[in-house]
Structures are given as C-alpha cells and as structure tokens.
Design a binder for this molecule. Structure first.
Ligand code: SAM
Length: 357
C-alpha cells in the first residue's frame, strides 16, 4: 500500500519524511557534542573571552587547517542544536556549552559527556532489540550485562577509566545541583538535621556541599569499596565503604541522589527498606531525601524537559533502572513501609522528594 492510499496529504507525507530523518540523524548530535568536547572547543572559546572565529578555534585546538571546512559543519550542527551560538562567523558559548568549561567542578560536565556517549554505552544500546526479544528468564539480564557480560558496577570496578568518568561526572553534577538546591531549598530540607548519610554518594560531592553549608550536620558517604578507596578525603565528611543492600549507618536523614533510578522497583524497595532501618521516626526528624527526576514534573514550563526526562529514562534501561512518574515512586515508598512523601518544586531536570517513615 502506498502512502497516498493511506490518505496522507502531501504535506503530511513531507512532514513525516522530515520527522523520520530528524530521528535518524539525532545521534549525530551526541557524536558532535562528544567530538567538540574531545577537541576542547568549548574551552578554546572560553579562553578567547567567550567568542571565537573558526580560525581561532582551528589555531587553539591544533586541528589541521585542511579540516576547517569540516569543522564548520560540526560547528553548524552544534549551533543549530543550541550548544553554541553563532553571529557573523563568531561562535559563542551558550548556557549549555558554558557547562563544559572551567576548572570548577560545578562548571564542567565534560566527564558526563564521556560517560553517556562512551563506546561502552553505545555498544550497550546496539543490543536493544535482541534484549527486548530475550524472554528466556523471568528476570531477564539487564541490557548492559547482555552487551558486556557483566553488570555495570562490576565494569566500574574493573575499568579505571569508566570508574573515573562516573565519579567525575557525579562530582560535577553534585557540585552544580547542590549549589542550587542548597540556595533554593537548603533551609527547608536540611536545617535542623544532626546527621546525614549520603548513600551511593560517590566521591562525596553532595555531602561535602551540605557539610559546608550546614557545619552542624555530621555528614557521611556510603559507597562501594572501589569508589571509596579513591575518594578525596579532606576530613569534611566521613567516607564509609559498604553495601547499601546490606546495611546503612544510622543518621537523621538518608540522602539518595541519583541512586534509585539505577535500580528496578524491587531493588528500590530493598534499598529504601535499609534506609528506613537507619533513620528515626518521623516525629524525631527521620526522613529520606531523594534528588531525582520525576517524569512529568515541571514540563509545563519547559517543552524540552519532558523529552529530556524520557530520554534519561531510556538511558536507564541500559543498567536495569528507570526514571519514574510520581505514581511509581508512591508505590515504591508504600511497599518499603513509608507513610508519606512530599515532592518539592522542580530544580530544572531534578526534583527533591522527602519521604517520611
Ligand atoms: C549514579 S551514581 C550516583 C552518585 C551520587 N549519588 C551522585 O548523585 O552524584 C550511583 C552510585 O551508587 C553506588 N552504588 C552502586 N551500588 C551500590 C551499593 N550496593 N552500595 C552502595 N553504593 C552503591 C555507585 O558506586 C555510584 O557511586
């Protein structure tokens, strides 16, 4: 049957043709972003005071001049998609590329680019359709494991480059988000706590920010031994090597930032069950604090947010986790024995959720 027989207007057919190609070529945005980050283009523009010509970029990044026409094409893709701005052949940083430059951890998300667009993740997603078809087990192997023969946390343990990329990306994300979270919601969420344990807290980016803003809160970080062994221990927080499925040290509050989305609902219930054992009753100030996207939150204010939320959820398929809607969180909280929760207004992509025993 031809398209015309399906009664598509010419205009619909041509629009469909555009939309299909928009999807087909969509991954070139990620590849172009990775390439620009590798070549150091955002940093080169930044060092020129935030504006640079293509010749400046060629000179500063030591790209062979013969590649200049191709560099123009790369820059055109990244300008059309909002990573750079261009005016009369001068490229400028946008708020997005501003997050890829600088020494301060909160301003440099380059490790995240290297992690999300890593060969390991690209290989993982090329197994997506065989993974969907694989129905041999009741609890099927996670996509990452099917592609690499080991779970992601095992690969992090064995592969120093991946481990560092994850830990550096987490520190960047934590420095950035916690600065805003503490400024906007710090008093409501953290004031009055005597102790807090950041579970799956990586190299302690979030816990250190909380400890600096609220020196009276005794902050600890629990993570796996291979992560804690490389953590920068400056005495601000206490690092504990352990397993959140087995034991969580007691504290007034447990922080789970970007942790539950790595796990399926059953594992989330187990993790929250351990959290519940670690905190006092609600009347004594006990709570779990989640910093996580909630699908659907804040989307009225930003049309790209919903798409970003669901793409982030797709990314989580790789490791057997998920981004969730409010009703899915609610079920997990209830199944883990919690009585109530409160979602705070969104921090861009993130929400803060307080969960009460
Ligand atoms: C996505 S990272 C989030 C890190 C940090 N909370 C942040 O937001 O930047 C998930 C963290 O959970 C840790 N993790 C995974 N399994 C764990 C376990 N069984 N016990 C403790 N931590 C674990 C990982 O090592 C990693 O640091």
């Amino acid at each position: 049957m031809s398209c015309t027989e399906q009664e598509l207007s010419t205009q619909d057919m041509l629009q469909g043709h555009i939309d299909l190609h928009h999807h087909l070529y969509g991954y070139h945005k990620s590849m172009a972003l990775l390439c620009a980050t590798d070549l150091g283009i955002p940093g080169a523009i930044h060092r020129r005071g935030g504006a640079a010509t293509i010749s400046d970029i060629v000179a500063d990044t030591m790209i062979p001049p013969a590649k200049l026409p191709h560099l123009r094409r790369l820059m055109r893709v990244l300008s059309v998609s909002g990573i750079f701005a261009v005016e009369e052949d001068v490229y400028k940083l946008t708020p997005a590329s501003r997050l890829l430059v600088g020494d301060k951890a909160s301003c440099n998300f380059s490790p995240l680019v290297h992690l999300v667009v890593s060969p390991a993740m690209l290989t993982t997603f090329s197994s997506l359709s065989p993974w969907f078809r694989d129905g041999r087990n009741a609890s099927p192997t996670a996509l990452f494991e099917m592609a690499h023969g080991m779970p992601p946390w095992e690969m992090m343990k064995r592969d120093d480059t991946m481990n560092s990329a994850l830990n550096d990306a987490c520190v960047a994300d934590s420095s950035f988000l916690m600065e805003i979270a503490l400024r906007e919601r710090g008093d409501v969420v953290f004031r009055g706590l005597r102790s807090l344990v950041d579970v799956g807290g990586g190299h302690g980016g979030a816990a250190m920010a909380i400890a600096k803003a609220f020196p009276d809160i005794k902050c600890s970080v629990l993570d796996l031994p291979h992560v804690i062994s490389q953590a920068p221990d400056d005495g601000t927080v206490c690092f504990i090597a352990g397993d959140m499925f087995e034991d969580i040290p007691p504290a007034d509050a447990v922080l789970l930032k970007h942790v539950l989305h790595c796990w399926d609902a059953d594992d989330c219930v187990k993790i929250l069950g351990q959290c519940k054992k670690a905190i006092p009753a609600r009347g004594d100030g006990g709570k779990v604090i989640l910093i996580n996207p909630v699908i659907g939150y804040g989307v009225k204010q930003d049309s790209t947010l919903k798409e970003t939320q669901v793409l982030a959820d797709m990314n989580m398929i790789a490791i057997g986790g998920a981004e969730r809607e409010e009703h899915e969180f609610k079920k997990i909280f209830l199944d883990a024995g919690f009585s109530d929760y409160r979602i705070m207004p969104v921090l861009g992509l993130m929400s803060i959720i307080e969960v009460y025993p």
